[in-house]
Design a binder for this molecule. Structure first.
Ligand SMILES: *[C@@H]1O[C@H](CO)[C@@H](O)[C@H](O)[C@H]1NC(C)=O
Ligand SMILES: *[C@@H]1O[C@H](CO)[C@@H](O)[C@H](O)[C@H]1NC(C)=O
Ligand SMILES: *[C@@H]1O[C@H](CO)[C@@H](O)[C@H](O)[C@H]1NC(C)=O
Ligand SMILES: CC(=O)N[C@H]1CO[C@H](CO)[C@@H](O)[C@@H]1O
Length: 435
């Protein structure tokens, strides 16, 4: 009993740390969401359409079949070729939204070891600059800037990112890189320029006394690493990143991290209290104006997440073997298992260093030894929101984010009693197809 209790406390502490970490990100994060128009998902019938057109109307179904088989082979050859072109180098993009545990999951890659160059929210600078410049109204510009910066960063080219850093770096040196210390790659000895007392007020790394970041050094270190990983909560639509998947210099693996939108809202109401003051008011009043901008924004967020996942799960050729969907709730319950799956998906060895980090930060050791109560209690921590989010608000989320909840296997609650009844799980066991 005592042991079990300790386990639950440790897990709780780990989750609190995740929440705290996320707190600092994205004061401006949601501003661009509204204006971005949803894009039509790829038509699965696209290829047959082209084939039929190519050869009049007399093509038999058998011929069509063999044409498909041929095309499939070519696509497979192509992706194998692409893998060979990068020499086994992988480019991992962890896509999430705020309050989904992405800092925590990012650590799975940050902790990988000497082979990995990891960047934490580099797009923070891009979003901040664009929001200042255009008031956050130009979604087209944001889509293009995010994509270009990510593409260059995966190639270890910091020049595009530099143009968004404020103040502008001088001689490629900056003291203003957002959360530098969250990337262990940026605090290694090889990227640590001397700290000069008096010139800058603070050290720029926790582990070392480093001066401001020399981006030329960062780029050189990046080129030495075998794999590269970037975490971002700012990309709205997976489809916008198609050019990265098709870039022969890259072998990109997208991991989309999602969480129950009701839990996300509850968490944001606490973390971004000022921004969510309307929601807090509605929670107290027990009334939500359903056509309010804030509600539309929530719907827009949910739709973007769902559409990205729908495209990923439908496995169009450009995403084949490049997309994986992961739920926060599954990571909270089975961190080691999910981390193993993620590494298997990326094709990168799961190192002892990552394993021990996960053990230390989650007490996941009990997960495989069949101690049911651990699993139950950790999921309990992930379900705290059920006691803080008023039923009225949960209903609104269910109304505007219904298809998103359904797709990811989050059960609807039909009454206040059901919401706060711990014995009813709101998470369906669901295996998402990815390859
Ligand atoms: C189109 O299909 C017909 C009938 O199967 C075949 O005889 C012909 O060679 C094809 N034409 C082209 C351009 O592939
Ligand atoms: C938005 O950005 C695009 C691409 O940079 C640009 O062509 C367009 O003129 C911008 N629109 C406005 C309203 O600023
Ligand atoms: C940054 O690092 C590069 C490569 O080591 C070096 O050549 C350059 O002088 C450094 N820049 C500054 C301003 O120290
Ligand atoms: C240690 C601890 O808190 N264990 C609890 C885990 O959850 C179950 C079900 O709610 C409790 O019965 C245990 O006491």
């Amino acid at each position: 009993m005592r042991i079990k209790y300790t386990i639950s406390i440790v897990f709780f502490v780990a989750l609190v740390i995740i929440e705290k970490e996320n707190n600092i990100i994205s004061r401006v994060s949601d501003k661009l969401t509204l204006k971005q128009t949803p894009q039509t998902p790829l038509q699965p019938s696209g290829f047959s359409h082209i084939l039929l057109k190519h050869n009049g109307s007399s093509t038999s179904l058998g011929k069509l079949d063999s044409a498909f088989a041929l095309m499939k082979r070519r696509l497979e050859d192509y992706s194998q070729h692409q893998e060979a072109a990068t020499g086994g180098r992988k480019h991992i993009l962890l896509l999430a939204t705020t309050r989904t545990g992405s800092s925590f999951v990012g650590e799975f890659f940050n902790q990988q070891g000497d082979n990995m160059f990891y960047l934490f929210e580099p797009l923070w600078h891009v979003e901040k600059m664009l929001t200042l410049e255009t008031g956050g109204t130009n979604a087209t510009a944001a889509v293009k800037a995010y994509r270009d910066v990510l593409q260059r960063l995966f190639l270890c080219d910091f020049s595009q990112l530099e143009s968004f850093i404020d103040p502008l770096p001088v001689d490629h040196v900056t003291a203003a890189l957002f959360r530098r210390e969250s990337s262990s790659s940026l605090c290694e000895a090889s990227v640590c320029s001397p700290f000069v007392r008096g010139v800058f007020e603070r050290y720029h790394c926790k582990t070392r006394r480093c001066g401001p970041l020399n981006l030329t050094m960062a780029s050189e270190s990046c080129l030495q690493k075998e794999h590269r990983a970037i975490k971002s909560v700012r990309v709205r639509q997976l489809e916008n990143l198609r050019p990265l998947a098709e870039d022969p210099r890259l072998d990109v693996k997208f991991i989309q991290l999602v969480r129950d939108p009701r839990a996300v809202l509850a968490s944001r109401m606490v973390a971004f209290a000022a921004k969510y003051k309307n929601w807090k008011q509605w929670a107290m009043d027990g009334e939500v104006p359903i056509d309010d901008d804030e509600v539309r924004k929530l719907k827009g967020n949910c739709d973007n997440i769902r559409m990205s996942a729908e495209i990923g799960l439908s496995q169009p050729p450009w995403l084949r073997r490049r997309y994986m969907l992961v739920r926060y709730e599954d990571i909270a319950r089975f961190p080691m298992r999910k981390a193993t799956e993620m590494y298997r998906f990326t094709g990168i060895p799961f190192t002892a260093q990552v394993k021990s980090w996960i053990l230390k930060n989650t007490q996941a050791s009990k997960e495989t030894s069949g101690v049911y109560s651990t699993q139950k209690n950790s999921s309990e921590q992930g379900e705290k929101w059920r006691f803080t989010l008023p039923f009225k608000i949960a209903q609104v989320v269910q109304k505007v984010c219904g298809p998103t909840l359904k797709l990811f296997g989050y059960k609807f609650v039909s009454s206040e009693e059901m919401l706060i009844d711990k014995s009813i799980s709101l998470i369906e066991d669901k295996v998402f197809n990815f390859s």
